[in-house]
Design a protein around this ligand. Structure first.
Ligand SMILES: O=S(=O)([O-])[S-]
Length: 143
């Protein structure tokens, strides 16, 4: 079964902590029919993200604040925030892997769950967030 935006989210789906850049708690879901919603995400580490990057079509979205994003981010990452979320959903490549990054890998899980429930089919949250990425010695883009 393929999920698409606002199609099948069901019940209270956001229980995670407040997100720094995107307040996903304020977003409303349309209740779906009486179907089980199994959309979810997986946690991945830096090694798996690097493999996904090598394979090609991976989109990395960073939900941290603008200053942190400018100081250093995963190369090619898009900062996802309240202002561009709707556009991101409209233009989304729902079949491509989507990796959510925050500071330490906590808030990204709520965002990843949200995005999975909106129809992104392969959603991941980066374990350790940007701090873990930096500590692993992986490449960082700034500016
Ligand atoms: O939620 S967090 O991991 O960015 S502190």
């Amino acid at each position: 079964m393929s999920l698409r935006p606002h199609a099948q989210a069901r019940g209270p789906v956001l229980t995670g902590p407040f997100l720094f850049a995107v307040d996903f708690d304020t977003l409303k879901f349309r209740q779906g029919p009486e179907e089980e919603c199994v959309a979810s995400y997986q946690n991945i580490d830096q090694t798996v993200l690097t493999q996904l990057q090598r394979q090609g079509e991976v989109q990395v979205v960073d939900i941290r604040d603008p200053e942190s994003f400018i100081r250093g981010r995963i190369p090619g990452a898009l900062r996802l925030h309240q202002g561009n979320l709707a556009q991101f959903m409209m233009e989304g490549e729902f079949d491509d892997p989507l990796v959510v990054v925050c500071y330490h890998g906590i808030s990204s899980q709520s965002a990843a769950q949200y995005l999975a429930e909106q129809g992104f089919e392969r959603v991941y949250s980066l374990i350790g967030g940007m701090e873990g990425w930096v500590q692993s010695g992986a490449e960082v883009e700034a500016g």
